[in-house]
Structure formats: C-alpha cells, structure tokens
Design a binder for this molecule. Structure first.
Ligand code: XMP
Length: 510
C-alpha cells in the first residue's frame, strides 16, 4: 500500500483515488502522523501531498523526518516537494512570476518517474512558492520558464519532488507519472478493487459493530441504500432502518426504493410516510440554508420517534449514514481551510443521540459507490439514477415549498428525464433536473393570456460533482422537452436552459 500524508490539500483524496483506480491500496494520514502509525501500515511508498501553507511561514507543517529512514520511496507533490527540499537544507522562495494553472514542463533527464513522457508536457501548478536551490545530494529533472526545479530527485535514494500536481486532469500524463511511481519505483502490485473493498468493508463493519445494533435512515438515494446493503451483509438482523418518505422525492422513486429494499432482503426497514410533517415545517420558509436545516432536523425528529418506539427493544449504538467524500469537502468538514458552501443534508444531523456515527462510504466518490452497489447487486435502475440531494425537491423549488409547487417540479422533471432517456442522452449526463423558479411571466396559449411560472432545466457533465460543465443537449430535443412541459404541466408557461458551469454556479440551485 501507499501512504499519503495530507498537508491540507483538497487534492489529497484525488491522489488516493487515482492510486486506487490503478489497483493499489492507498491510505491518507494526517501530515504529522506518528512514524509508528506509518510503519505499522508497511507502506511501499509515501506521498507528501500539496497544501495551502507555505514553508516560509513559522511553524509550517512537516512530515516526521523518520520517513526518510524507512528505506522506501518518497514523492513530494507541490508543498510536499517544498517541505522535503527545505528539510534537507534547500532554499524555497516565494516566486516572482507566480506559477498558477497550466504550464509546460521540459524534462532534462530521463528518470523512471517520467517513463513514456515527451520532452515537454503540459502540467498544472497551484502554489506561489518554489524550490529556488536544491539541497545537497539532489538534482533537477525538469524545469519550466519560471521554475528551475519543477521536478527533482535525490542522487542515491528514491526521493522525488514535483512542483506540479500529477493527480489533476490538467496534467496530461499525471496518471502515468503516479503509475510509474507506484509500480516502477515502489514495486507495488495490484491488490485493490471494488470486490476486495466490498469484502473488507463488510469485515470491518462486523468488527466495529460487534453485537450492537445499528440504525440507518434511508433517504431514497443510492448512497444510503449501498450502506444499508453493506450493513445487511455484515450484521443481518442487527440492522434496523427507516425509509423516510419526506414527500420531496422524484416521481416513482418511493416505489423503486421500496422494491430495492425488498429485493435486497433487508429485514427491518420501516417505511414512514412523513410528507405532511415535512410540508408543515417548511411552510413559509424561503431561505435555502433554513430549508436544509429544517429538513435535516425533521429527519432526526421522525427518526428519533422511530428509535424511541419502534426500535426500543434493541441495543442500538450506531447510526449509519451514506455520506460520501464530496459531501464532506463541500461542507468544509475536516478541512480547516475549506469554505463552507452548503450544509449538506447528511451532515446537519445533530450528534445528541449518544450514538456513534458510522460512514462507510466517507472516502468514496459517486462512481465508486455505484460500482460497489453493482457488486452488492442493487438494481441498476436505482444505482444509475442521477444523483439526488438529501433535501430532495425542496432545494429545486426556489422559494416556499408547497404541494402545488412540488407537483409542478415533479411533473416537469419526469417529462425532462423521460425525454432524455428516449433520446439516449440520460446515460451521457451526470445529472439532469428541473427547477421551479419563483417568478411569473406573461405568455399566450391559444388566444388566452397566461401569467405563470418558469421551469429552469439543468443538465451537467461531471466526474464527481466537484466541478461541472453544462451539457450540450441538442436543440431539437430541448424544444421537444420545452413543448411538452408547457403543454402538460399546469402552471408553467416558460422553460429556460441553464448554461452555467460549476464553479462559479453550484449544480443545485440552493
Ligand atoms: P452542488 O449543488 O453542491 O452539488 O454543486 C454537488 C452534488 O451534491 C449533490 N448534493 C447533495 N447530496 N445531500 C446530498 O446527499 C445534500 O444536501 C446535497 N446537496 C447537493 C448535488 O445533487 C450534486 O450531485
């Protein structure tokens, strides 16, 4: 396995993900993890991630120096390269020509790390500082216009530093570089795959939970369903769950989830119809964060009742959640430098239960969760449904959520998705949905003046929901969708198509 020491980079997980995709186990530890902890994992190599700090600051984070005594390869990326250079006596400076974004690197020396590279390659930079003078015993492998040591290595030991980020897509041969590092330099063998992960997760859940009981709230989404299925295999009858129908789901979703629950053979999952409860509490609420919080808390309320009454006789000690990695980044959890963008529904759950939280999917991205779901034999229809946020249609109705508005957005969404499926476009799109805008505009239908609502259509292409581009739906198809929505959904007389990327917009509207 490869250990990644995280210096606070949003990309640290991307490094782990790339390595896992290459078929090798990767574990992320905090940058100051004790050497005993690192040694206990028997890593074949260590990667020092990038990070937002500067080695020019007092008290900047450093890895334990003993990592250089383990006799294994070490690769420093960006901040990781700078801190390595600094620890061996090199000089780091804050660059005059600050290098950000795309750059071209010229490779001067052939090195196993860059096997298969051309003389010049496009790469991605994201840090102002650079290694100005290499420490003794190190030599440069590559440079850019402004940075003489864009990549460097130790003369004798397998220690490398790269100023650019191999883990991001903009570094064209980044994955090859990581592959060279883990296979050629570290000598790793493929030992990681979704079936292995599944077995390990089940085993580890069983170990953690022992004879205790676990409750889970199913939201209708893929993530919580995958967690429930894992738990079912790990602890069987010790799992209890509620599928809270908050009335904010897409068309046919309740039915499909119920079907998945029964085909998985989950023993004790109770379906609770809490539509009225949610709608009542959302009455008059327009603020997006308030909506998210109310929905989160109402979930808890419904859930608490289920625990107090339905599951009273069981020794419940754990609460399982379907939180996945991007939820954590965007909510700023565990990232002192990350800005909170939205309170993700899953994370507004207060911890006053006295239960321990288990989040088996916390390190995974959506595509990994879906593959895991396939491995668990969950129905394809549910797994490959576009992602859907915990707060459901409430955050796709701008302004107050009412029954009438829910009906409009649900119908428009169903038409949109039906047409995308018919045209064979649905599977090409990461996420497509309709949003009801709180505006009315004038139209004409037949000979009559109308004054009705607007539906915005969103369709995005994305790899993991972190960034997204708008999807180019063919104009004729858009026209067909627009015509049907205006004709079939009472209360709508205008349809708009959203062409904003993320960033600066988010995928959802609230
Ligand atoms: P945004 O709108 O933040 O969405 O660009 C990124 C991805 O996350 C989904 N999303 C959520 N998922 N609970 C979830 O489980 C939430 O509260 C939530 N909010 C947004 C969104 O649908 C998109 O796929």
């Amino acid at each position: 396995m490869i250990v990644i020491l995280n210096f606070g980079s949003q990309f640290a997980h991307l490094i782990a993900r790339r390595i896992r995709n290459l078929g090798v186990r990767a574990e992320i530890l905090p940058c100051n993890a004790p050497i005993e902890e690192i040694r206990a994992l028997h890593p074949l190599g260590i990667i020092l991630s990038g990070g937002p700090r500067s080695v020019l600051e007092q008290g900047h984070p450093r890895p334990p120096k003993e990592i250089f005594e383990l006799g294994i390869p070490v690769l420093g990326i960006c901040y990781g390269a700078q801190v390595m250079a600094k620890m061996f006596g090199g000089i780091v400076r804050s660059g005059d020509a600050r290098e950000y974004g795309k750059e071209t690197v010229s490779f001067a020396v052939r090195a196993p790390l860059f096997k298969g590279f051309a003389k010049k390659e496009p790469v991605w930079f994201s840090h102002g500082d650079h290694v100005y003078m290499l420490p003794q015993g190190f030599h440069a492998l590559a440079s850019t216009r402004a940075c003489a040591h864009a990549a460097f290595a130790h003369e004798k030991n397998p220690w490398f530093g790269v100023q650019f980020h191999p883990e991001v897509a903009h570094t064209k041969r980044g994955i090859e570089m990581l592959s060279n590092f883990i296979f050629s330099v570290c000598g790793a063998e493929k030992n990681w795959s979704i079936p292995i992960l599944k077995d390990e997760m089940i085993r580890s859940l069983r170990d953690t939970i022992g004879s205790a009981h676990v409750v889970i709230a199913l939201s209708g989404g893929v993530d919580s369903l995958v967690v429930a299925s894992l738990l079912h295999r790990a602890i069987g009858k010790q799992l209890h769950g509620v599928f809270v129908d908050h009335g904010l789901l897409r068309k046919d979703e309740v039915m499909e989830v119920k079907k998945a629950i029964s085909t998985q053979g989950l023993y004790d999952i109770r379906v609770i119809d809490a539509k009225n409860n949610f709608l009542e509490r959302l009455k008059g609420i327009e603020d997006p964060e308030k909506k998210r919080k109310i929905i989160g808390h109402t979930f808890i309320h419904v859930f608490e009742r289920a625990i107090s009454y339905d599951f009273k006789q069981f020794p419940v000690r754990f609460l399982a959640q379907g939180t996945i990695y991007p939820d954590r980044i965007e909510s700023g959890v565990g990232m002192p430098t990350a800005e909170k963008i939205k309170s993700h529904h899953n994370l507004t759950l207060p911890e006053r239960f006295g239960f321990r939280i288990i989040e088996p999917l916390a390190d995974l991205y959506k595509d990994e969760v879906r593959k895991l779901g396939e491995e668990l034999r969950l129905p394809k229809k549910v797994l490959w449904r576009h992602p859907f946020p915990g707060p459901g249609l409430a955050i796709r109705i701008i302004g107050e959520v009412t029954e009438e508005r829910l009906l409009m957005v649900r119908q428009a969404d169903a038409i949109y998705i039906e047409e995308l499926k018919k045209a064979g476009e649905y599977k090409n799109i990461w996420q497509a949905f309709a949003v009801l805008l709180p505006l009315k505009t004038v139209g004409v239908m037949g000979d009559m003046r109308t004054y009705e609502h607007i539906i915005a259509l969103r369709a995005v292409h994305s790899v993991d929901g972190m960034t997204a581009d708008w999807y180019r739906i063919p104009p004729d198809l858009l026209e067909q969708i627009s015509n049907r929505i205006v004709r079939e959904v009472k209360g709508i007389n205008r349809v708009l198509y959203d062409i904003t990327q993320k960033p600066p917009a988010t995928i959802e509207y609230e």
